[in-house]
Design a protein around this ligand. Sequence first.
Ligand code: NAP
Length: 297
Amino acid sequence: MSNGKTHIGILGIGAIGSAISCLLKANTSLDLYFYNRTPKDTIRVRYNDIESEILLDDINNYNQKLDWLIICLKEHQYDNTTATLLKLVRPQTKLVSIRNGLYHKEPLLKYTKEENILECIIDCPTQQRQDGFYKRLRKPVLTVPENKLARDFEILFPSGEVTIKQTLDFKTSCWEKVCESATLGAILCLSGETCWIFQDEELLELYKTALKESIQVAIEDGAKIEVDFIDKMVTKLLSYPPEKSSSMLTDRLNGKPIELGAKNEVIIERGKQNGMPTPINDLFVKLLKKINTTIGK
Ligand SMILES: NC(=O)c1ccc[n+]([C@@H]2O[C@H](COP(=O)([O-])OP(=O)(O)OC[C@H]3O[C@@H](n4cnc5c(N)ncnc54)[C@H](OP(=O)(O)O)[C@@H]3O)[C@@H](O)[C@H]2O)c1
């Protein structure tokens, strides 16, 4: 901290990085710094009828001593981030990893001590629109393990704008998110369509069957998934607007690699390790990998 303000870096200014940036911008005790692979000059987010815009006049400034670095990258994007993280992470920098998947801390342990890393999953459907805005569909829910770092993180956000859930069972929360997003993401990505397709009973049945397969792996892996989880997910799915997409479908349409390691691949991997067959996810991954081989990294 210098000039009395807390210095926050946001790494990865895509859908989630943009949504988080606009929320933090309302806290005037913070100085925000932005980092993205492709330089950008603005962040634009729309939520209900409110448009937020941040001008990025100093993007990728590596001279700041950051108190926090909030990483909003997809799992596979961590591979190419070593040089950036080496420049940005100092002994006092606390890291927040917001992403899907399991094992959030692993790729970050070479940069800092474990107690400086906060793992986070986010429920905040946000999708890119043609006009350069990201459209956020809901108030974000961020789930983090219960600890001191989580309490410090929570107070960075203006009150009421986000829900931060602290949990003693972060593993179960991660698994619930993996099951939900891998199932929805794979079906939308492979069909090339948005959520309107679940008006078709057969596709809704496929969603439930694939979700059940993932849940069985999660439970075998130690997650404590409640018995009514599928019903809750179906209710949530049917509440989405017909045009709701998924980041896997968006990546396919944009010719970008689809996030598989944090989703269907981890289900297969944990299934194998626990002796659980995963025929539906095997098929999903076979087809999605084919798509990934046809697009550039
Ligand atoms: N989108 C959603 O609705 C949603 C909801 C819940 C959870 N999530 C999860 O949140 C995580 C982030 O997803 P997202 O949708 O925000 O992804 P995204 O829109 O693809 O954003 C990722 C951003 O990171 C940047 N980036 C990639 N590699 C980089 C590098 N080496 N250095 C600096 N910047 C780099 C990308 O820059 P370029 O401009 O160069 O591509 C892009 O702007 C994922 O795990 C996703 O599954 C997403």
